[in-house]
Structures are given as structure tokens and as C-alpha cells.
Ligand binder design. Structure first.
Ligand code: F6R
Length: 610
């Protein structure tokens, strides 16, 4: 979480820093700040609590701040409340060092105590102020320059960090370092850019250096040098990124979330086409051989919506390939000493490729000698680089904090993997495989049809402005879809929503059903729809307001207060279609409530802390 930027060149830094920060606001948005070095050598720090727009106002869009070298930050608070004082950048006591930080310094208490013993006073509640002071301490104690200072810090620090640092004595340089938090450097002509994520600097350059874990860099106006933790120079090549700058703009939509919901047909089509060769699945671009995929145990690790994709894929793989699949929350997996067979395959799913827990789960699996396969959207991200193999999704940049199109493309890759595993296991012949692929190819058009049928959802959201508690129930894949639908509604509209396996409600939760409680029943899995229908009857007779979501043409065995249908597809692929009305519902309820759809409270897009 938190976004970091930096600029050094011949242009005025502040407007560029603010422009880049706008592209990173999805990473955190409770306060923001800049540190810009004036031509006189003074480092001016300007910070504001709240959205970045406040910092833009305070600095007249950066024009009121003079200087051609600076760093900036947009914060998602971890240590210390969101306030101006806790906002970054942080200076050490006498201003020798100024720092912006993304991540968490886990041993900050111990380091703080050490610094207090050495005469330092602290003015904020942040772990970042400890970093500024510790750098200052090493800089003055060992007098061996910034690279040595940062290396000493890296050896002493526990936790995750991406740092950009200004040393008062080095007016023509910015220093950076990273461990487990993302950071890239963009190269221009006589200028360099620093950012937590590539889209922040695409307006200025497409030439990028990726800094690896445990590396540092000195960035001047004309050159950049990289070092490892032993202070030895590291050779690095600039990569030209293939990303469209405008892909991260709203393109006429009111919000990124609705734009990204509408991008789903294209994103799913592109992802499918990238790995389909006529009537066959083809992962050869990802160096995925049958030998690599062959396994007797699949363990999917992920967080949030990506975890929900895993739950759907578990049903699909087990049905088609009959390989046992386990889906685990990455945050649990990493600490619970999981049992993994020698021939297990760990599959990590992540849009950002930077989620700390998912990354840690990949490392855990690798340490135990288990193969890892990642499904990732962001090119060159940490998980993509560290997993043994990576399948990229083609969602394009996803800016809204609530994921939509990334979820859909992850599902698409999951279906293709399921078909591959089924083929390898000899459970699917060419004809059956071709039939599934034909059905998959029809999904983008069917999603498009749902997007043309938004009005009933809009109207329903407007007609039910006061809903308080919502339950989404289903069985099998329908339950997995409910998990995602419930998360969407919760996170963007702040309506308490729970997903329940339909048969489980009566084991306690049914006591929460009151007159008018909204219960959404998803009924696409025909073998169990009648069972779910009976569960809907049970809540209806206790006063619930029932809405069903099902395939067009299917008979709904329950008398509902409302019904929404989507085009029919194979039951195994139902999630790809049913999720769309649930996403739209969450979006319209949020709008109806006047909330910030793209940046819901307390959240950040990329969760790079535990
Ligand atoms: C919800 C949402 C989150 C993410 C989760 C994992 O809308 O976006 O639950 O799915 O934080 O993020 P990634 O996929 O980047 O690992």
C-alpha cells in the first residue's frame, strides 16, 4: 500500500510528482506529501491530510514549489492515524535525510528505542520516521556515504519497504531501495522517474528498470547506478514496457469501476485468445509443459476476490480433471505449516502480483521444493517474477479498488487450466474439449448482452435505498459466485452482506433474517437448484425479500419477489456471467448512496503489507 514517486531532471519536479501520484492514488489515499529540493539546496516538505486533490490545491498543482528534484507519497495508514503529521515525507531530526516509504518496518519499536537511547526524539507515530532517523544515525556514525548507509539499514530492518531518500549533502541524487514492496525507475532524456507502479510514469517514458528485492540505486540526472546489499554494482537493462498510457484513463465513464465492468468482454476475449490455438489450449508462451502441470494435488493460494476465483476453479478442476484441489487464503497458508506433497503444484492468483501474503505463500511453497504457477495481471510484478511459471491475464490496468475485470480474466485462465489438467488426466477427448472451448469463446458476447441489460439492476438499487443486511446464497459454484458478489457489495457500498452456502443458513445464521431482509439466491447449478430453492422458501417464510439470479430459460422453483436472468452457458462457467449483475448491483448501490465508488474508505488496491 502507499504510492511512492520521484523525479530528478531539468523540469520542475512538483507538477510531475503530483501527476504521477494521481495514478497511484489507488494504492492509498488518506494523506499525501512532497519533498522538493530547491535550487538553493533546501528540501521543502509539504503534506496534507485527505485526498491528493488537497495537496494539489495547497501547492497550486505544484507550481508553487520550486525545484527539479523531489519525492512524493500517497498514504494508506498502517502505523499512526491518517493525519498531516503522520503523512510522508518524513525528515530526520536535523533534516539530513528525507524519506518516503511504502511497507512496514516490523522491528520499528526496537529500532526506535535504540535511537531514543542515542538522543533522537520522535514527533510522529509512524515507522517511517524511525527509518529517517536510523539512516541519519548510520550516515553520521560510519561516514561512508548514502549507499553504505542504506545497506546498513537494510541489514538491520525487518519487514517490507520501498524507499526513496534525499540526503541533504547529495543535492543531485535520489537514493532508492526495496524489499518486498514494488518500485520501478523510468528513464527519460536527462531525467529519471521513480514510482511504485509503471502506469504512474507512462506519460513520461516507457523505458523502465525493475529493482529487485534487496537492491538499491543512486539516481542522478544523467545516470543511474544499481547496487546489491554488499554495496557492489549490479548490471541492469532497461525494459521497454508495452502499456497504453490511456488505458488507465476513464475514457468517458463516470468511474473506473463501471468502465472496467464494461471492459470485461474485451479483457476475457483477449485472455482466452492469448491461450487458445483453434480448438486447443496453448500455454506454450508461458513455458507450461504437460510435465510441469502434471500433479496429484493442486493448492490454490490467493486473497480477496482472487481467492474467490480459486474457489470457483476448485469446483471446475475437480469436476473435469478429478485432481484434488485445495483453496487457501494466502495469509493463512503462509503461517500454518501446510502439508504439501512432493508432487503438489501451488497456484497463486493475483491481479497486482504484489499482494504481500500471496507473494509470501509462493516463497513458502518454493522453499519446500514445491512447484509454483502464478496467474497474474501486472507484468513484471514480484509474484510474476518469483513463481516458477506465470500465466498473464490480459485485463489491462485495473484502477478501481474493487476488482472486476481482473476477476473475470482470472476465471478465464482457470477454466483453460482445468481443461488442460483434464486432458492430461485423460478425462477429456478432443471433441469434448472443443465443445468447452466453443462455449468459452461465447462468454464475451454473453457478458456484453448482460451489460446491455443494466436498467433493472439500476432500478432495483434505486428502489431499495435502505437495505441494511443482505445475504447471497447458493450451492457449489453458485456459492463461490455469492462470495464475490457479497464482497463487491460490502466494499463499495458499505452494506453488510454475507455469502452463505445455501444449506448452511439454518445452522445459525437464519436467525438474522427479518422482515424485508434481502436474500439473493443464485441458481445456475441445476443439480442443486431445487435444494437452494427450498432454502429460499425457508427464508421467505421468515419475511425475507427474495431475488433470484439464474440462466434464461431455466425454471425457477421458487416464488421470488424479483428475478434476474443472464444468458445460459455451461454450468461450469456460470461465475463469468452471474458475477456481472452482482458487480453492477454493488456499483449502483454505491452510487445511490453517494459513496466514492473507485476509492472506498479504508481500502487500497494493492495490499503490500500483511
Ligand atoms: C476486492 C479486491 C481484493 C483483491 C485482493 C487481492 O475487490 O480487489 O479483494 O482481490 O486484495 O489482490 P491481488 O489480486 O492484487 O493479489
Amino acid at each position: 500500500m502507499c504510492g511512492i514517486v520521484g523525479y530528478i531532471g531539468k523540469k520542475q519536479a512538483a507538477p510531475i510528482l503530483l501527476e504521477a501520484l494521481k495514478k497511484l492514488e489507488y494504492r492509498g489515499y488518506d494523506s499525501a506529501g512532497l519533498a522538493v529540493r530547491s535550487d538553493g539546496g533546501e528540501v521543502n516538505v509539504i503534506k496534507t491530510q485527505g485526498r491528493l486533490s488537497k495537496l494539489c490545491d495547497r501547492t497550486q498543482n505544484g507550481t508553487a514549489v520550486e525545484g527539479t528534484c523531489g519525492i512524493g507519497h500517497t498514504r494508506w495508514a498502517t502505523h499512526g492515524e491518517p493525519s498531516e503529521e503522520n503523512a510522508h515525507p518524513h525528515k530526520c531530526m536535523d533534516g539530513t535525510v528525507t524519506v518516503v516509504h511504502n511497507g512496514i518496518l516490523e522491528n520499528y519499536r526496537e529500532l526506535r528505542e535504540k535511537l531514543v537511547r542515542n538522543g533522537y526524539t520522535f514527533y510522529t507515530q509512524t515507522d517511517t520516521e524511525v527509518i529517517a532517523d536510523l539512516l541519519d544515525y548510520y550516515y553520521k556514525k560510519y561516514k561512508a556515504g548514502p549507499v553504505d548507509t542504506i545497506a546498513r539499514f537494510m541489514m538491520r530492518a525487518r519487514g517490507s519497504y520501498a524507499l526513496a531518500v534525499l540526503f541533504k549533502d547529495c543535492p543531485d541524487d535520489i537514493y532508492v531501495a526495496r524489499k518486498d514492496s514494488p518500485m520501478i525507475i523510468g528513464a527519460g532524456r536527462g531525467e529519471y522517474f521513480i514510482a511504485s507502479d509503471v502506469p504512474a510514469i507512462l506519460k513520461y517514458t516507457k523505458r523502465v528498470y525493475y529493482i529487485e528485492n534487496g537492491e538499491m540505486a543512486r539516481i542522478g540526472r544523467e545516470s543511474v547506478e544499481f547496487y546489491n546489499i554488499d554495496r557492489e554494482p549490479v548490471e541492469k537493462h532497461c525494459v521497454r514496457v508495452k502499456m497504453d498510457e490511456n488505458a488507465a484513463e476513464k475514457g468517458g465513464y463516470e468511474h473506473f469501476m463501471i468502465k472496467e465492468i464494461h471492459e470485461q468482454p474485451k479483457a476475457v476475449e483477449l485472455t482466452l485468445n492469448s491461450y487458445l490455438n483453434g480448438e486447443y489450449v496453448d500455454f506454450s508462451d508461458c513455458k507450461l509443459t504437460d510435465k510441469f502441470l502434471q500433479t496429484d494435488e493442486i493448492v490454490i493460494v490467493a486473497c480477496g476476490s482472487a481467492y474467490h476465483v480459486g474457489v470457483v476453479i476448485q469446483y471446475v478442476v475437480e469436476k473435469l480433471a478429478r485432481i484434488p484441489v485445495r483453496v487457501e487464503l494466502a495469509s493463512e497458508f503462509r503461517y500454518r505449516d501446510p502439508v504439501l506433497g512432493k508432487n503438489a503444484l501451488v497456484v497463486a492468483i493475483s491481479q497486482s502480483g504484489e499482494t504481500a501474503d500471496t507473494l509470501a505463500a509462493v516463497r513458502e511453497a518454493k522453499e519446500r521444493g514445491v512447484r509454483t504457477l502464478a496467474i497474474v495481471n501486472v507484468r513484471g510484478s514480484s509474484i510474476a517474477r518469483e513463481a516458477d511459471r506465470t500465466i498473464y491475464t490480459f485485463a489491462g490496468p485495473e484502477i478501481a479498488v474493487a476488482t472486476t475485470k481482473a476477476y473475470s480474466t482470472q476465471l478465464a485462465v482457470g477454466y483453460l487450466l482445468a481443461l488442460e489438467w483434464a486432458r492430461i488426466e485423460g478425462r477429456l477427448d478432443d471433441v469434448q474439449c472443443a465443445a468447452y472451448i466453443e462455449e468459452l469463446r461465447s462468454l464475451p458476447q454473453k457478458i456484453e448482452e448482460i451489460l446491455q441489460n443494466k436498467t433493472p439492476i439500476q432500478k432495483f438499487s434505486a428502489d431499495h435505498p435502505t437495505m441494511k443486511d443482505v445475504f447471497m446464497i447458493g450451492r457449489g459454484i453458485d456459492y463461490a459466485i455469492c462470495m464475490e458478489g457479497a464482497l463487491k457489495l460490502k466494499e463499495v457500498s458499505y452494506v453488510h452482506t454475507e455469502a452463505y452456502a445455501a444449506g448452511e443458513l439454518k445452522h445459525g445464521t437464519i436467525s438474522l433474517i427479518e422482515e424485508g431482509t434481502l436474500v439473493v439466491g443464485v441458481l445456475t447449478q441445476r443439480g442443486v437448484s431445487e435444494k437452494t430453492a427450498s432454502n429460499l422458501e425457508e427464508v421467505r417464510s421468515r419475511g425475507a425479500f427474495i431475488v433470484t439470479v439464474a440462466f434464461e430459460g431455466d425454471k425457477i422453483p421458487v416464488e421470488a419477489n424479483g428475478a434476474y436472468t443472464v444468458p445460459a452457458t455451461d454450468e461450469l462457467f456460470a461465475a463469468s456471467l452471474i458475477v456481472v449483475p452482482l458487480q453492477l448491483f454493488a456499483y449502483y448501490v454505491s452510487l445511490q448512496r453517494g459513496l466514492d465508488v473507485d476509492k472506498p474508505r479504508n481500502l487500497a488496491k494493492s495490499v503490500t503489507v500483511e
